[in-house]
Ligand binder design. Structure first.
Ligand SMILES: *[C@@H]1O[C@H](CO)[C@@H](O)[C@H](O)[C@H]1NC(C)=O
Ligand SMILES: *[C@@H]1O[C@H](CO)[C@@H](O)[C@H](O)[C@H]1NC(C)=O
Ligand SMILES: *[C@@H]1O[C@H](CO)[C@@H](O)[C@H](O)[C@H]1NC(C)=O
Length: 449
């Protein structure tokens, strides 16, 4: 439908030769008369989005030789652009998507309803429409760069006089980007998911829970406080694999599977579930273990499994007699009253976080930069940056690096996914809204070579 060349990420290392360098590498035609583009820029390049001379040159370049009358640009400042595989460290640069205004940027010029009062201090966000699943990514905090909480600008250029002229510019707090995919995704099952984690325990059955609090789980046929098995596992990971984890940055996530399996018998582990002994022994490579674990987690997401970060609360594990509280935030902006009511009804029908009878397995994030693939990737990728990446910007004098057929960005805060999978209506615990903020995690659509 849309030529693949319309998806590209441009990683730029030298600003001065920016467009010159790109033009040397890319010959951009515009046979489909595309009249709109999205530019995601990292903070280092934020000022380009408001630099009229640059934007005019950019529009001139993007519109190609097929001159269109008007060209629309949505510019957003993001924490990082998605790094080119095989590198896993987020980089500074630009990521660009081109298409037709009415297909990629619906309602760009329709005035948006004002932000909800509760959202007044929140950064702006982009929602990426994959079909049924939608992904929402918070933008970067740009307070110190340009005195805006975050930066999301829509501009319209007039090309009818030859060279582009800026005719309108507005600031937005939200915009949807509809991806020109050849096939719209039907369900969360169709999303690629990469979450580099290692297992800490075997799956157990939840025996007592309330809202986002897990009180007790079944351990050796006895209902025991939820943190009893987790606490020593965390200590053991620090003691035996200190090179994998840093005390200060290690996070723990719980994979919750809705109670859809047969509950007869105490052993509810499947041989395919990640095995925690592989985390602690010396015989398994951590990166292999993370790959295997991540594949299994992706499979479980398709069946309704969701990862929730454990919020340790007031320092230390089990301070509240072994209760564990799961991160309750599942959307970036607050929900409307109608949506709240819908969630409430769902909760009354059996609890929407961790219904009793759910399976729970604990995982830890690590410092190793395991990566989703070793080869080239083409497609769309969004995700969460890792803590180690903040200082990972490499400088180089090689000029701009241009990668075609990849579009995406990473947030420091994580991303939010919403879908309308029908299973949520019939399966307690099957959540259609979730957050993924595991360091170095990714949600993607595309193919690895
Ligand atoms: C943005 O960063 C500033 C400075 O660190 C901070 O005061 C502010 O609360 C942040 N805003 C948001 C929305 O995160
Ligand atoms: C667990 O309890 C059930 C029912 O009380 C019993 O049938 C089963 O043998 C027990 N399993 C273990 C491993 O003790
Ligand atoms: C790990 O490998 C060593 C040597 O190959 C072997 O003796 C040991 O039993 C293995 N441990 C596990 C847990 O597989």
């Amino acid at each position: 439908m849309t030529p693949p060349a319309s998806l590209s990420i441009w990683v730029l290392l030298d600003l001065s030769s920016l467009l010159r360098g790109i033009k040397k590498q890319v010959n951009l035609a515009n046979p489909d008369r595309h009249n709109a583009a999205v530019i995601l820029a990292t903070p280092q390049y934020a000022k380009l989005l408001e630099d009229e001379a640059f934007m005019k040159e950019f529009v001139d370049f993007m519109s190609g030789s097929e001159k269109v009358e008007q060209f629309h640009v949505l510019g957003a400042v993001v924490d990082h652009v998605a790094p080119p595989v095989p590198r896993n460290n987020p980089v500074q640069g630009l990521s660009i998507l081109r298409g037709r205004l009415d297909s990629i940027l619906p309602d760009l010029w329709t005035p948006a309803p004002p932000k909800a009062v509760e959202d007044a201090d929140k950064v702006a966000a982009l929602t990426i429409d994959f079909g049924n699943p939608h992904l929402t990514m918070p933008l970067a905090n740009t307070t110190f760069l340009n005195h805006r909480t975050s930066t999301l600008l829509a501009s319209r250029f007039d090309l009818s006089q030859g060279s582009p002229r800026l005719s309108e510019r507005i600031e937005k707090h939200w915009q949807q980007i509809t991806l020109p995919l050849e096939e719209q995704l039907q369900s969360v099952r169709d999303l690629g998911l990469w979450a580099p984690l290692v297992p800490l325990t075997h799956p157990r059955v939840v025996t007592e829970s309330f809202g986002n609090i897990v009180r007790r789980i079944n351990l050796n046929n006895e209902s025991t406080p939820a943190s009893n098995e987790l606490e020593p596992a965390v200590d053991e990971l620090h003691n035996r694999k200190s090179y994998l984890v840093k005390q200060s940055t290690m996070g723990v996530w719980a994979m919750i599977m809705p109670p859809v399996y047969s509950q007869s018998g105490a052993d509810i582990s499947s041989p395919r579930d990640p095995d925690p002994t592989a985390t602690f022994d010396e015989n398994h490579s951590a990166t292999d273990l993370m790959s295997a674990t991540s594949s299994r987690l992706q499979e479980l997401y398709g069946q309704g499994g969701r990862l929730y970060q454990i919020l340790s609360g007031g320092g230390g594990w089990g301070a509240k007699k072994g209760l564990l509280s799961l991160d309750p935030q599942r959307t970036h902006f607050s929900l409307s009253e109608e949506e709240e009511m819908q969630r409430f009804i769902q909760a009354m029908d059996g609890g929407n976080f961790v219904p009793v009878g759910s399976k729970i397995q604990f995982f830890a994030s690590t410092e190793t930069a395991a990566k989703p693939t070793n080869g080239a990737f083409s497609g769309v990728v969004f995700g969460t940056a890792g803590a180690a990446s903040a200082s990972a910007d490499e400088s180089s004098d090689t000029g701009p690096v241009v990668l075609e057929n990849i579009f995406g960005a990473l947030s420091d805060e994580g991303v939010f996914v919403t879908s309308s999978d029908a299973a949520a209506d019939t399966t307690p615990g099957f959540n259609n809204d979730w957050r993924l903020n595991v360091p170095h995690s990714r949600i993607f659509v595309g193919k690895a070579d």
